[in-house]
Design a protein around this ligand. Structure first.
Ligand code: SF4
Length: 698
């Protein structure tokens, strides 16, 4: 009988993991007793051409896992007890109101994530500002795109991840991939770079490791971690000295060239080589490849950006783009390769401490007035600017924030110096976590609420190109789980602010978001769900109905008031920690193919976890030999902030002065217990990518 009732349903959705947002077919084989799910690539996907990586092929597993949170839970006498939604919401109301009455509105913080839908990000920001009236809201995207965003804003006057669609990559004759390991982090877009190479493009990879992405490189500059800006200064020197600049472009579209020339004239290539560990010949070869190419693109990612000088590092790559005039034309542009699923949209709609929806600035009177009007509140009731994600953890540690609401994030694993983060979260009088699983952070919650996975969510995601995609709900929520945006609205209701959150669907939220973004830099006003579906997404800015969207930016003007881009001399700064006799190696961190962010989903997917079950210390055999390490044995790695024990993996592909560890694990496998929380002064990006460590056999 069960066999007779069996039927197969196939629906389309997007992978919940990285920023490519590959579309895929979800197959549900439904019988009376159970539903079985599987995933296959969508051959019609115009971006990925029917590809999925191993994460995408297993993306359904965590969402249908029996171990998902299914009921609201309240901690009593140290144990989490299942309760009704009414009981949980009443307790949340009581806790939030008690703390705010006693310690003020800013005693509560809100912490979001870059994998949430645009609608969830928007509602969360509005909730913090209106329902809680707290200045403390920020999100884990601070660790993702903030340096590239800061640099793009300062240089171009706007921040969109990629200035050109991926389809233009094969038009480039030279591509620089700096601190970005696309082959493991966004594998399905490797095809564009391979195609470019087939068409005669030269590819330069800048990375302290010979990553999988180097398989397509013509040149690999194995730079010392933390010395990217110095390396670019060397390239600028060659480009200016040998005349590969675009004088017409510099004259008509940029400011600051004279100051840049003065700065570059003082640079010595041999000094750059000594700092970076890359020979003058290789630096010159790279500069000539990029400078002489008729078209070219530069892409950066966290390897360049996750530094206390992250904004300056990216700005120097943008100097390279501008002096050669390689932007605003087919096959010419810049892109920051986002890591998180909605790293782009996550920073546009108001969950950043300093921003309101549409990239409006919270301290700008006109911007405040506009959003206050959209939300129907007096402008003076909107809180002022708060602090960044890690600074929120410090404020908690100092006792300034007493309660915290976390939606879809695992800060104990993803923040630097995570010993401090754990200590801080344990000091909270109230911690509410909304998530899919009992993550390392959720384990500390006073109240734990079951949220929604991507197969249950409806909403939009803005992928790395700036293309907005709509996602439809495909399956019911498990147990008593609720949609994330609905949970936020429910909390607003019990706080007496329900009239500001009257939404019946994600589409209603999107329609308000469109208005809130109208006239802002990330303008979505001209988009609707039906247009997004018909066109497989639209590129912002899309300022009015009927507008086709903007796949290529900067064709005629930049977004500063005078329409020009800003060149800026960048003085190299050493990393905040350099190798010393006590801490002789440089630790750098990153991702592996099988895992995503803090691993909450991928560590709960046995097909992925079994292939890469624990973090490994990648070390050059010569260095390992000096220390006395054995391949496959264990080592203790110690920085000024702590020690962890890791399995050793020898690799000839890494610099002998550098070691690498992936950051997807928690507890005593959490590499962020060691990383340096030194922050970039502009964007507050921590220095994840370099700290000094000591290594001993264990
Ligand atoms: Fe595509 Fe990224 Fe998902 Fe892999 S992880 S299938 S590249 S969206």
């Amino acid at each position: 009988q069960a066999a007779m009732a069996r039927r197969e349903i196939t629906t389309k959705t997007e992978c919940p993991y990285c920023s490519v947002q590959c579309t895929m077919n979800l197959h549900e084989e439904k019988s009376i007793m159970v539903s079985r799910y599987s995933v296959s690539p969508n051959k019609e996907d115009p971006v990925t051409d029917g590809r999925l990586c191993v994460k995408g092929l297993n993306a359904h597993v965590h969402a249908v896992d029996e171990g998902r949170l299914k009921y609201p839970m309240i901690r009593e006498k140290g144990k989490l007890i299942k309760v009704s939604w009414d009981a949980a919401l009443e307790k949340i109301r009581e806790q939030l109101q008690t703390l705010q009455r006693k310690y003020g509105n800013d005693s509560i913080g809100v912490y979001g994530g870059g994998s949430l839908t645009n609608e969830e990000c928007y509602v969360l920001g509005k909730f913090a500002r209106i329902a809680l009236q707290t200045k403390y809201i920020d999100y884990n995207g601070r660790f993702c795109m903030s340096a590239a965003a800061g640099a793009s804003n300062l240089t171009f006057g706007i921040d969109r991840g990629l200035s050109n669609p991926l389809t233009e990559v094969p038009l480039a004759k030279c591509i620089i991939l700096a601190g970005t390991n696309i082959a493991e982090c966004q594998p399905t877009i490797m095809q564009y770079f391979r195609k470019a190479r087939q068409e005669g493009c030269k590819i330069i990879v800048i990375d302290p490791r010979e990553t999988a992405t180097c398989s397509i490189a013509d040149l690999h500059l194995k730079v010392k971690p933390g010395y990217d800006a110095a390396l670019v200064n060397g390239m600028l020197k060659v480009i200016l000295d040998e005349g590969y600049t675009d004088p017409g472009f510099l004259e008509s579209r940029t400011n600051g060239y004279a100051e840049l020339v003065e700065h570059v004239n003082k640079i010595s290539l041999s000094e750059v080589a000594a700092l970076t560990g890359v020979s003058p010949q290789l630096i010159a070869e790279a500069a000539r490849m990029y400078g002489q190419a008729e078209t070219g693109m530069i892409f950066t990612a966290r390897g360049v950006e996750q530094h206390a000088s992250g904004v300056a590092n990216v700005r120097n790559f943008l100097n390279l783009v501008l002096v050669t005039g390689k932007i605003g034309k087919p096959g010419c542009g810049y892109g920051a390769i986002t890591g998180q699923a909605n790293g782009q949209g996550g920073r546009e709609h108001g969950q950043k401490a300093d921003q309101l929806p549409g990239y409006r600035l919270i301290e700008n009177p006109e911007h405040r007035a506009y959003i206050a009007k959209v939300w129907g509140v007096p402008e003076e009731e909107l809180p002022r600017k708060g602090v960044s994600a890690y600074e929120m953890m410090e404020a908690i540690d100092r006792g300034e924030i007493k309660g915290l609401i976390i939606l879809g994030s695992n800060p104990i694993v993803s923040n630097p110096n995570s010993h401090l983060v754990e200590r801080a979260l344990k000091k909270l009088k109230f911690l509410l976590v909304i998530d899919l699983f009992e993550s390392e952070t959720a384990r500390l919650a006073n109240i734990l609420l079951p949220g929604s996975a991507y197969l249950e969510d409806e909403g939009t995601m803005t992928q790395l190109e700036g293309r907005v995609l709509v996602r439809r709900a495909l399956k019911p929520l498990p147990g008593k789980a609720r949609l994330d945006w609905k949970i936020v609205c429910d909390i607003a209701s019990v706080l007496g602010k329900g009239k500001y959150f009257p939404y019946q669907s994600a589409e209603e939220i999107f329609n308000e978001l469109r208005v809130a973004s109208k006239g802002g830099k990330a303008d979505y006003y001209g988009m609707t769900y039906s247009l997004l579906e018909q066109q497989h997404g639209m590129f912002w800015p899309c300022p009015e109905e009927g507008h086709p969207g903007t796949p290529r930016m900067f064709e005629h003007r930049f977004e500063h008031d005078d329409g020009r881009a800003q060149l800026t001399p960048i003085e190299h700064q050493n990393p905040k920690e350099v190798a010393t006799r006590k801490y002789p190696y440089l630790l750098t961190t990153g991702r592996v193919l099988q895992h995503y962010l803090s691993g909450v989903q991928t560590r709960n997917t046995s097909e992925l976890n079994s292939k890469y079950p624990e973090p490994l210390l990648e070390i050059h055999p010569d260095s390992a030999d000096e220390i006395g390490l054995v391949n496959g044995g264990h080592a203790k790695v110690t920085s000024k902030r702590g020690t962890i024990r890791l399995k050793v993996k020898f690799s000839h592909k890494i610099r002998p002065d550098t070691v690498f560890v992936a950051f997807h694990w928690g507890d005593d496998q959490c590499i962020n217990r060691l990383t340096n929380p030194a922050l970039d002064p502009t964007c507050k990006m921590p220095e994840f990518k370099v700290c000094a460590v000591q290594i001993n056999p264990s």
